[in-house]
Design a protein around this ligand. Sequence first.
Ligand code: ATP
Ligand code: MG
Length: 385
Amino acid sequence: MSKTYPYPIARIGLIGGGQLGRMLVKAAKQLGCTTVVLDPLPDSPAGQIATRQIVGGYHDADKIRELATDCDVLTFELENIDADTLAELEAEGHAIYPKAGALKIVQDKLTQKQFLADNGIPTAPFEAVDRPTPEQFSAFGYPLVQKVRRGGYDGRGVAILKRPEAFAQHLPVPSLIERFIEADKEVAVLVARNTKGEVATYPPVEMCFRPGENVLDLLLAPADIDEAIQAEAEAIAINTVESLRGVGIFGIELFVTRDGEVLVNEIAPRTHNSGHHTIEANVTDQFEQHLRAILGLPLGSTETLSPAAMLNLLGAPEESGRPVIRGLEETLAIPGVCLHLYGKGETRPFRKMGHITVLDQDRHRARAKALQVRDTIEIGAEEIA
Ligand SMILES: Nc1ncnc2c1ncn2[C@@H]1O[C@H](COP(=O)(O)OP(=O)(O)OP(=O)(O)O)[C@@H](O)[C@H]1O
Ligand SMILES: [Mg+2]
């Protein structure tokens, strides 16, 4: 006889109430789970639709404990959280995925790079930096990329320094420097690994960045790369997650160089911005897949149903306050456009307010429509009369 599950099938505790959390909560409901979200912002995007929200910080040991006590399985939607408390809870027998050990390696970019190097996973050469000096940077050689060890996201915490004169723009904190990679493409592979060690990957997606901002601008799925590189990217991504003994979904960001070399840029131990399109474009989306993985359920099919282009909707520059959506009707009139708004009560310049996924059997047309949406929709702020 196969195992009988209670209903709801599990109570999921989620650290982080942002958009990734919101989409996870939605998937949890569909799968018959309840959710409790921990986030400092009352009525957070995920908290709005969860069964309950605990208001508290990501480093608040007492609130994390309360969350663990209230749930069957604990997970997170961001990596800058209190991993020591998670390790303690794990030792006390709480189910937490990904495990605290894996999170600790990944949440510090230096230990993450060391982990990659120690496991023979290809990545850009790097060096640890305690206190940045022009001498160390010059000895390492330009162009280089400096990254803060902890707490960076969306390109904040990354400085691309092309020549010695650029040293003035360095980040004055414990960090690492790595070789600047002349990438032909940046791709991401989502890998799911469940508690039983079963693994599934999604086809690589191509990430396009807005020049100068390092913020993901447009994403194309599947990536336009040849089969050998696709296979290589998937194999490296699987190797990374298996070496980490990761449980859950992981976003593995990779560089593909002009001569076809594939290097790991970084590991995200959680659902990833590059997987939003899977909600409409794949049989099982990344959020449901994450839940299946951490609950020890069979992983779902990752098959692509349609090519897709995904665009983050960022708050308009120089506008802050209660959001207003301009160009909504024109956007929704474009065939194949799926709109997601995250429920954020306030917009700020370049804040992630939502995204759109465009489905089209023709990849190029999907991309063209996404670019059309970029010129059509705008999330600005209400004018105060
Ligand atoms: N070694 C490198 N060579 C060339 N470009 C790089 C390198 N490292 C990072 N970059 C560029 O900077 C971007 C941001 O770097 P990274 O992914 O490490 O930072 P992040 O702040 O964690 O970003 P995010 O949260 O957006 O994933 C990369 O996507 C890439 O475009
Ligand atoms: Mg990144």
